[in-house]
Design a protein. Structure first.
Length: 445
């Protein structure tokens, strides 16, 4: 099935149900609860008739007749409580690269470059652990800008978090997103010791990457980056080193990129389209998203072949999709931003996530006074998927969660067709893999 066919097959018709076909039959997704059923022919006729009329009442009646209705899993209310379980620290609001699409405006977030003082980082760690219950788990991530340009604070905050977590019998995990150009061998030792998930931003192979992620002076970074990351790739045990590819209209070479980065030894490789940039440059438009969907499916089909043959194939978008579909994930938000997850600026301001640092649209208080409930509560209420259009009438709403808050606020939803098409394909792939490799869903991927 090509991208155009996926767009047509995944178009929203009614909010309560979605049908999709595989060689194993016709299947029904109930968005509420993310439940999947294989549909018998007589039932299928009933459902198609009701869905074809685009009459929600008739669809409800048909589902009720099949015993497939009940108390909704998700209501209209935002979460009443959301204990903090993850923070990202913008330890360096500065960067040595000149990526024009960067949400952080080349690392500085639109202001003078700055580094997070140690006392701010330690205060953020204390906030994260303040109410963590014994036996719980929290996560601390380091972003920027380029976080390795403030290496001493990154290391001190990590050690402090590990020490405080041990005192409280709390498990703490760590991650960093880096452009890779400042990596040193001793960083590998440090990341290995603390079990970091290391994400390296790579936008393609060779010159393709260099065009999108040059040094500020214009020189390419690809060869330099690979030289710096190679020692980490060779010793992954406690740490995991992954590649994240930001997709623009200028680097739509996904199957080749995926294969090469897997060959290089990255633990996983994931793709994410750029939907909102401060300058508007390199944002994905409809034709580019159609091309991306076609290539994502090509990558997914290779994933299916490899997994069916009993091999590991770390295409992160597919790994995550298969896991979430199998779990029956259903959610009214795309992520924990503004609730259990917050970002911290170099000056100690709290934001809905790392992308909202320095952005009033996601301001949530500061470290000295804590989270501001007068901002947080209405923000979460407004962002609930039931209050978003066209989300509440879309079958994919609880798998998608309404899309990245930052992108939606600043650009809207240009990628709905792409997201639905991708999810439709992933549902089909899930059925196929469940038939061919049911053991895959009971073992780590």
């Amino acid at each position: 099935m090509d991208a155009g066919e996926l767009f047509a097959a995944s178009a929203p018709r009614v909010s309560q149900a979605h049908l999709f076909d595989t060689e194993h039959g016709t299947h029904l997704l109930l968005p509420d609860g993310s439940q999947i059923y294989t549909v018998e022919e007589r039932t299928l006729d009933l459902l198609r008739e009701a869905m074809g009329a685009a009459d929600p009442a008739r669809v409800d009646t048909a589902l009720a007749g099949l015993g497939l209705t009940g108390r909704p899993h998700i209501d209209d209310e935002p979460p009443a409580s959301f204990p903090l379980h993850a923070l990202s620290l913008a330890v360096a609001q500065k960067c040595n690269l000149g990526c024009t699409y960067c949400y952080a405006q080349e690392g500085s977030f639109g202001s003078a470059p700055k580094s997070m003082p140690l006392e701010t980082a330690l205060a953020a760690v204390d906030l994260l652990l303040a109410e963590a219950a014994p036996g719980s788990r929290v996560h601390l991530s380091f972003l920027g800008g380029e976080p390795l340009s403030n290496r001493p604070v990154l290391r001190a905050a990590t050690a402090h978090a590990a020490r405080r977590a041990e005192e409280k019998d709390v498990r703490v995990t760590f991650s960093i997103t880096t452009n890779g150009t400042l990596l040193a061998p001793e960083d590998g030792d440090f990341f290995e010791r603390y079990g970091f998930a290391v994400t390296v931003s790579l936008d393609g192979i060779g010159a393709v990457h260099d065009r999108l992620r040059p040094f500020k002076g214009g020189r390419g970074t690809y060869d330099h980056l690979l030289e710096r990351v190679a020692p980490l790739l060779s010793r992954q045990r406690g740490m995991q080193v992954s590649a994240r590819v930001t997709v623009t209209p200028r680097n739509l070479y996904l199957p080749e990129t995926l294969a090469e980065f897997i060959r290089l030894g990255f633990h996983s490789v994931g793709f994410s389209p750029i939907l909102s940039s401060p300058t508007g440059r390199d944002e994905m438009d409809a034709p580019a998203l159609e091309t991306m969907l076609q290539q994502m499916v090509e990558c997914g089909e290779e994933f299916e072949r490899r997994i069916a043959a009993g091999h590991r194939y770390p295409f992160l978008n597919m790994v995550n999709a298969m896991r979430e579909i199998h779990k029956g994930t259903h959610r009214p938000y795309p992520c924990g931003a503004g609730a259990g997850y917050l970002g911290v600026s170099a000056e100690g301001e709290l934001a809905a996530c790392h992308r909202f640092v320095g952005d009033e649209a996601g301001a949530m208080g500061d470290l000295s006074s804590g989270v501001d409930p007068a901002r947080q509560a209405p923000w979460l209420a407004e962002r609930h998927v039931h209050r978003q259009e066209p989300c509440r009438s879309c079958w994919a709403r609880y798998l998608c969660g309404g899309g990245c808050h930052h992108e939606v606020i600043h650009r809207g939803r240009p990628a709905c067709d792409y997201i639905r098409g991708w999810l439709h394909y992933c549902l089909q792939a899930y059925i196929r893999l469940h038939e061919r490799r049911p053991d895959y869903f009971g073992s780590p991927s």
